[in-house]
Write a protein that binds this ligand. Structure first.
Ligand code: VGL
Ligand code: ZN
Length: 238
């Protein structure tokens, strides 16, 4: 028979080792359960080396994402999917250059080089992604006058992509976010995921950022404040 003190000590040790289900599984790693989904954000040719809005070292996320994706039965991928002449393109605003900002009805908009135009090779997902089990591809930013970094809600703050409904209907509660770019589509997606009530992890080494005008530091600060958990791919038990 264990006495009470010994029982408390043992239960405490189990907590300390992170061995209870939920946050961490064996060896303190985060375990993927039936309620977990991987969101792979915008791993598209335009954001990869040689692309029109290339994210530095963007291609380095691909082997990391392919490796962790093996552990996920539930995977959603996204594609930035703009019309020609999209409002987020500097070329749509006479005299404006990429990375300048303008004020639109829905707020401040960074202007970008033309990128991810619907149906072009630049908008295609990288051929090096290897996630055949992905069940859904969400395309976003397809309204000409509204941008959408987030996979959940467009930049007007109200038009939904339907992703939250899909995830909730499938009883998915814990989201692991990876892809491009950390400070735009990954961060906005993670922030909206928290708003919609999901437990949200961003896998730092499975993401790369653009980092314009302090955007990367701001994105991490905003995510921390919103309760997004910042982890590394090695923290996940795959
Ligand atoms: C993105 C800038 C413009 C992204 C998309 O995927 O992070 N960034 N469009
Ligand atoms: Zn875009």
């Amino acid at each position: 028979m264990l006495d009470r003190r010994e029982v408390f000590a043992r239960v405490g040790a189990i907590f300390a080792a992170g061995l209870l289900p939920g946050a961490a599984g064996a060896a303190g790693k985060i375990s993927i359960d039936d309620a977990s989904a991987l969101l792979v954000i915008d791993v598209q040719n335009c954001f990869l080396p040689g692309g029109s809005l290339a994210v530095r070292d963007g291609d380095q996320v691909i082997p990391v994402i392919n490796r962790i994706a093996k552990g996920f039965a539930n995977v959603v991928m996204t594609q930035d999917w703009h019309t020609a002449g999209h409002v987020s393109f500097a070329s749509s605003h006479g005299g404006k250059k990429p990375f300048e900002t303008i004020d639109l009805k829905y707020g401040k908009q960074v202007l970008w080089p033309d990128h991810c135009v619907q149906g072009t090779d630049g908008a295609a997902l990288s051929k090096d992604l290897s996630i055949p089990q992905a069940g859904l591809i969400i395309r976003k930013g397809h309204h000409k006058e509204v941008d959408s970094y987030s996979a959940f809600t467009e930049a007007d703050g109200k038009t939904t992509t339907g992703l939250a409904g899909y995830l909730k209907a499938r009883k998915l509660k814990r989201l692991f976010v990876a892809g491009l770019a950390t400070d735009f589509c990954v961060a906005w997606t993670a922030l909206d995921a928290r708003k919609a009530g999901f437990e949200t992890y961003v896998i730092e080494d499975a993401c790369r950022g653009i980092d314009t005008q302090g955007s990367l530091a701001k994105a991490w600060a905003d995510m921390a404040k919103a309760g997004v958990k910042r982890i590394q791919s090695a923290d996940i038990a795959v």
